[in-house]
Design a protein around this ligand. Structure first.
Ligand code: F6P
Length: 328
């Protein structure tokens, strides 16, 4: 017999991502559509443990679809990593009368949700919100498209100054331990080389490629480096290494950092977040738990949470081939 779901909690957890507010808005409005109370907890799992929450009605999320960040704030809760902390969280959820929880975040946040279910049988549903796009079970996580557009815009700007000074730039981008942002933004930005964790180019091949570029008449170059790249040197060491071994270039470094996490979400991310929020709430109302909503072949589908957590988000090999050809 399906338990009647009358009150749904929602949190944002882990690194923030543009589009999280659109997802919150969709969860809240879908709850309102089905006459279900929606409770927003602040600062992720920490807010649940501390009972830091507010009731959210359809009006409480007006004017946020275009805002980056998350109105519910986010955090990585150390307390929730302890059994004690999770016990407190479950007690608080029961006390407030929450029937199910929507967790908007990445794999770390989903791991917490799964443990909450395993230890207390609490119904949970995941919405993938991270700029890294490193979650199995969806071709796109919320925030990824916006981050790509931000990075491409910056690469275009860096190219102006690189070409004015005949310089080589190493541009480091986020992505933790996957190269989706570097590969896609690198191809779109016309980067001469792209260094990603999934493919170890090696220092010699990098030098050869840069020398070939120079010989072919390129007066400036941009090398996009994923922060998780495994070439063995960080971008500053790469600068020193190339300057030492390639006197033709003046070399500079640009580490893009947290700006990639900000900005108004793209149309794609707003629509994706709106679709995912509806699916997440309707799945909980349907008595489902321990799933993540994801986009596959442009259809919003459910993936078991443990698969989303354990699975690997593979790099697009066809795009890797495109990037090799484009950097000829
Ligand atoms: O997971 C999103 C992300 O931006 C990664 O790309 C990056 O490595 C990490 O978060 C940075 O974490 P923090 O915001 O805690 O510095």
């Amino acid at each position: 017999m399906k338990k009647l779901v009358k009150k749904i909690g929602v949190i944002t957890s882990g690194g923030d991502a543009p589009g999280m507010n659109a997802a919150i808005r969709s969860v809240v409005r879908t709850c309102a559509f089905y006459n279900v109370t929606c409770v927003g907890f602040n600062r992720g799992y920490a807010g649940i443990i501390e009972g830091d929450y507010q009731i959210m009605d359809a009006r409480s999320v007006r004017g946020i679809i275009n805002k980056g960040g998350t109105i519910l704030k986010t955090a990585r809760s150390k307390a929730f990593r302890t059994v004690e902390g999770r016990k407190k969280a479950n007690q608080k959820l029961q006390e407030i009368g929450i029937d199910s929880l929507v967790v908007i975040g990445g794999d770390g946040s989903f791991t917490g949700a799964l443990i909450l279910n395993q230890e207390f049988n609490f119904p949970v549903m995941g919405i993938p919100g991270t700029i890294d796009n490193d979650i199995f079970g969806t071709t796109h996580t919320i925030g990824y498209d916006t981050a790509l557009n931000t990075v491409v815009e910056v690469i275009d700007k860096i190219r102006d100054t690189a070409s004015s000074h005949n310089r080589l730039f190493f541009v480091e981008v986020m992505g933790r331990d996957v190269g989706h942002i570097a590969l896609n933004a690198g191809v779109a930005g016309g980067a001469e080389e792209i260094l990603i964790p999934e493919e170890d180019l090696g220092l010699d091949r990098l030098l050869e490629s840069l020398k070939r570029s120079k010989k072919s008449g390129r007066s400036s170059s941009i090398v996009v480096v994923s922060e998780g790249d495994k070439i063995g040197k960080n971008v500053f060491e790469l600068k020193d290494y190339v300057e030492k071994n390639m006197t033709e270039y003046e070399v500079r470094v640009s580490v893009l950092g947290h700006m990639q996490r900000g900005g108004s979400p793209s149309c794609f991310d707003r629509v994706l977040a709106s679709r995912m929020g509806v699916k997440a709430v309707e799945s909980l109302l349907d008595g489902k738990t321990n799933y993540m909503v994801g986009l596959k072949n442009d259809i919003i589908q459910l993936t078991p949470l443990n698969q989303a957590i354990k699975g690997k988000s593979e790099i697009n090999m066809e795009l890797l081939r495109v990037s090799d050809i484009m950097t000829t």
